[in-house]
Design a protein around this ligand. Structure first.
Ligand code: ATP
Length: 372
């Protein structure tokens, strides 16, 4: 039987944990450590169930996403904490596509939320920019576009080969992500939403984005909305990131522009993301991949995974706990208690321990409106 929609601010939560491959197996335990510390500090209960899906299992048993996994996650869990997938022993990356794209598509996680927030001036490559300049949210459409795998080869392997990859955009899919961006801006008191496409060249698919955007924006007259072609957006976000509060775009452009944003705010090690379907089981992960070049060295930055956990807590309505995690990460950055990618000297585990201790000792007051 399918469980009811996620209750915001409920007293208990069930979380599926999928560490995956490479540094996913190193950063996820640290995020778990911090989550356990915050739930102990506030008395709210979190149950974690770990799954060993990833390259090892795929190579051993030929199984990527087990039969019934999607239904089990949907019906028995509130959220999924995900690490990373990718292993040089699986050059096709088949298991990663099966698991991550499988979960995104089959759980219909249509919102990919990627916040870009500068936590300390020293972390941005942009000269003279400070924390107040770089604070925006990218919403990437997460279930359609060029990622649906529609296409094929003709005369493969010959000099006359043709490869076709279709860009799939549905009216429903475009409308729900654009609407989500406006609703988010409204709920957070943000004043600016920018929709980005390439409708001057992609005259069918992105014409649909244009028409839907024009209709939806009319319902949000209090929000300043505008459109930029994706190439212009890429230039503008580097020239002056303070121009943006909320960006909404398609699957491919969102993938690229959010990595650009991550770099403006300190690099991949710090960037979190949420794969969300409001009210249903949703998945939270650091933006980075499995980073085989540093896996096993104990130096992976766990902050992206901890920030993704904070996004998960906010999704569950545990706002006080989410704030505690965000504050702890900010403190680690300010005190330079960080891994080498951010200029520190600490190991992954040391950073996790430091954050867990901070969160355990933090005084937290639950807002009176929240249920116990
Ligand atoms: P995948 O194919 O799984 O996406 P990748 O190596 O191509 O892996 P990422 O894992 O996203 O791509 O990372 C690119 C590089 O950024 C890594 O090689 C690593 O040097 C650095 N990096 C990414 N994440 C982290 C992290 N959490 N801590 C430190 N460095 C990181």
């Amino acid at each position: 039987m399918q469980k009811p929609p996620i209750r915001q601010g409920g007293s208990a939560a069930r979380v599926a944990v999928i560490p995956g491959d490479g540094i996913g197996k190193e950063v996820t335990p640290e995020a778990l450590k911090v989550l356990k510390a915050v739930s102990a500090a506030t008395g709210r209960s979190m149950e974690f169930v770990e799954f060993d899906w990833g390259a090892d299992k795929f190579l051993r048993e030929g199984v990527s996403l087990p039969d019934g996994a999607v239904e089990m996650l949907r019906d028995q869990f509130d959220a999924i904490l995900f690490g990373a997938l990718g292993d040089p022993r699986v050059p096709s990356n088949q298991h990663a596509a099966d698991i991550l794209l499988g979960l995104r598509f089959k759980l219909d996680l249509y919102v990919n939320a990627r916040p870009v927030e500068l936590l300390h001036q020293r972390l941005t490559p942009l000269l003279g920019r400070t924390e107040k300049d770089i604070r925006l949210m990218v919403f990437r459409e997460n279930t359609e576009g060029l990622y649906v795998g529609v296409g094929g080869f003709f005369k493969k392997g010959t000099a006359d080969e043709i490869a076709v990859q279709e860009d799939v955009n549905s009216r429903k899919g475009v409308e729900r992500i654009i609407r989500f961006a406006f609703e988010y801006a409204q709920s957070k008191g943000l004043k600016r939403v920018c929709m980005s496409d390439k409708s001057n060249a992609m005259t069918f698919a992105h014409d649909l984005w244009q028409r839907v955007f024009k209709l939806v924006r009319q319902e949000y007259s209090g929000i300043e909305s505008r459109h930029l072609y994706i190439d212009t957006l890429a230039m503008e976000i580097v020239r002056d990131p303070s121009l943006f509060d909320v960006i909404v775009t398609c699957n491919l452009f969102g993938d690229i522009i959010s990595d650009l944003g991550a770099q403006l705010a300190g690099g991949l090690g710090l960037a979190p993301s949420g794969n969300i379907h409001p009210g249903q089981t949703s998945l939270f992960e650091p933006v980075h991949g499995s980073a085989p070049n540093i896996a096993g060295k104990g130096i992976a930055n766990p902050l992206g995974s901890v920030l993704a956990s904070a996004m998960m807590l906010e999704f569950l309505g545990w706002n006080m706990e989410a704030v505690a995690l965000n504050r702890a990460v900010k403190a680690a950055v300010h005190e330079n208690f960080v891994t080498p990618d951010l200029g520190g000297t600490h190991k992954t585990v040391e950073v996790g321990d430091w954050l867990a201790k901070l969160v355990s000792n933090a005084s937290m007051t639950r807002p009176p409106t929240q249920s116990k």
